[in-house]
Write a protein that binds this ligand. Structure first.
Ligand code: GLN
Length: 493
């Protein structure tokens, strides 16, 4: 698949038009997505209209923007004007948002073409993309395996060559884990670096929107477009929790090497880690050492409690975020409500509108907010506080932390039990960054013997995405894995 820079070179030199490029992506989706299930909605007409407008601007010699003519797949929990946003739920089956999310506005201003809305776990709850109310998603590298989740559609869309770029959301690992399972790059930015306006809430104190791409460079280009550009001029007044202006300016980050970069590796990551994933993790250690980085193992015992604390806190927030869907003000309503009283009507709307996993989290989260369970909630809050303190100490000592992204390799779609009731294991290495609010990036680290992608994760201090890109780019070049593409049956592209 062509990178952004290659596509843009083609447009500039007139080798192909934006319309031709967009058409070829749409054809590929039409031909192959039946077997993958990456999209809930494909924007055939809107994308071609947008492409034509960009071609006209090009013919007038205008600058079409940093992402001019680049197709982007958008996760279906990010609002798009005139295109439905379902959260992969029956509850929002017919919901069309009145305006674009802030990130979508930014994409459009930058000339990007929205090619479709991607399939996901319902309301972003899950780690295997198996809870969508519409269809399952297959991993493009092996169609019998899960793509990870909840942004499984976005990751699969990039891996399958349906779009060079995608947006995902990450509350406890939902960008990084599917990026790892599908062999693509995904960034969970610093909490607050990218506006959440127009992202349908799951757990607002954790939710972040972030970029996914097939190379680190492309991921960085997309991040530069969606991040809040100037937070001090009051332009994002609806986003009260943006703390700081960026310490980083990512441009030029790729020229700097790894010399003297201090990288920490937590010992706890090796416990229970898949053996092949462990080999790939240790190979990355060697590459960094050979590149001049100062690598050191250290102990981060807080890791063990993170997934449970995340699950308690995020479910408690989810119970209140999802309270608005009652089928009266918002969302799905049952067909024949005549005989029902008010309470039964809401109960029926919510029972039929939400799937099992979402209902389970609402129930669990509601319990966690009750006085009887205060001890659990308070403990989870305490863990979150400890994590933040531990992280603050860590980044005095290290520039970056290197970790595996997932403790396991992509598993079989049929192993349903693995993804419905085992989040704690699957989120083990990712939820910690959401609890702390720090940025983390997953990039392809290699492949298992059976050809399944294995990701590696880098985490940094608040607003140091530039360092993540720099270190990821170094590893990417040394590993060269991004040059490999899945071979989809019947695929002539
Ligand atoms: N797998 C995690 C969960 O199920 C993360 C979800 C997310 O980041 N949206 O909650």
């Amino acid at each position: 698949m062509m990178t952004i820079l290659e596509l843009q070179k083609g447009y500039r030199e007139g080798s192909f038009s934006v319309r031709q490029a967009v058409e070829s992506f749409l054809e590929r989706i039409k031909k192959l997505d039946q077997r993958i299930g990456a999209f809930i909605t494909v924007c055939y007409n809107e994308a071609l209209d947008q492409a034509e407008q960009l071609d006209q601007r090009l013919s007038r010699g205008e600058n079409i923007g940093p992402l001019g003519g680049i197709p982007v797949a958008v996760k279906d929990n990010i609002c798009t004007k005139n295109i439905r946003t379902t959260c992969a739920s029956r509850m929002l089956e017919n919901f069309v948002a009145p305006c674009d999310a802030r990130v979508v506005e930014n994409l459009k201003k930058a000339g990007a073409v929205i090619i479709g809305k991607t399939n996901m776990d319902e309301f972003a709850m899950g780690a295997a993309s198996g809870t969508s109310a519409y269809k399952k998603i297959a991993n493009p590298w092996n169609l019998s395996k899960v793509p990870g989740g909840s942004s499984g559609g976005s990751a699969a869309a990039v891996a399958a060559g349906f779009a060079p770029l995608a947006l995902g959301s990450d509350t406890g690992g939902s960008i990084r884990q599917p990026a790892s399972f599908c062999g693509v790059v995904g960034l969970k930015p610093t909490y607050g670096a990218v506006s959440r306006e127009g992202l349908i809430a799951f757990a607002p104190s954790f939710d972040t929107i972030g970029p996914m791409a097939s190379t680190v460079k492309d991921c960085e280009l997309l991040f530069n477009v969606i991040k809040e550009q100037n937070q001090s001029n009051g332009s994002d007044t609806e986003e009260p929790d943006i703390e700081n202006s960026h310490k980083n300016n990512c441009t030029g980050a790729f020229d700097a090497g790894m010399q003297n970069m201090r990288i920490g590796m937590p010992k706890e990551c090796l416990v229970g880690l898949d053996q092949e994933a462990a080999q790939i993790y240790l190979r990355a250690e060697k590459i960094y050492r050979d590149s001049g980085a100062r690598v050191e193992w250290f102990s981060l015992p807080e890791i063990d409690a993170c997934a449970s604390a995340y699950f308690i806190l995020s479910s408690a927030e989810a119970a209140s975020s999802l309270a608005r869907y009652d089928g009266i003000r918002y969302g799905f309503s049952i067909k024949d409500p005549q005989d029902l009283n008010f309470d039964d009507l809401i109960r029926s709307n919510r029972t039929e509108g939400f799937g099992d996993e979402v209902r389970r989290r609402i129930l669990f989260g509601t319990c966690m907010r009750m006085p009887e369970f205060a001890a659990y909630y308070e403990k989870a809050e305490k863990i979150r506080k400890n994590i933040k303190q531990a992280v603050n100490r860590l980044f005095g000592r290290f520039d970056l932390i290197l970790m595996p992204t997932s403790p396991v390799l992509p598993f079989d779609i049929k192993e349903k039990h693995k993804y419905l009731h085992n989040e704690n294991q699957l989120d083990k290495f990712t939820a910690i960054m959401n609890l702390a609010g720090i940025p983390a990036l997953s990039l392809p680290g290699g492949f298992s013997r059976t050809g399944l992608p294995v990701g590696l994760q880098l985490a940094g201090d608040y607003f140091t995405e530039d360092k993540l890109f720099r270190a990821a780019s170094c590893l990417e070049q040394k590993l060269g894995v991004y040059k490999k593409l899945p071979c989809l049956e019947g695929d002539q592209a």
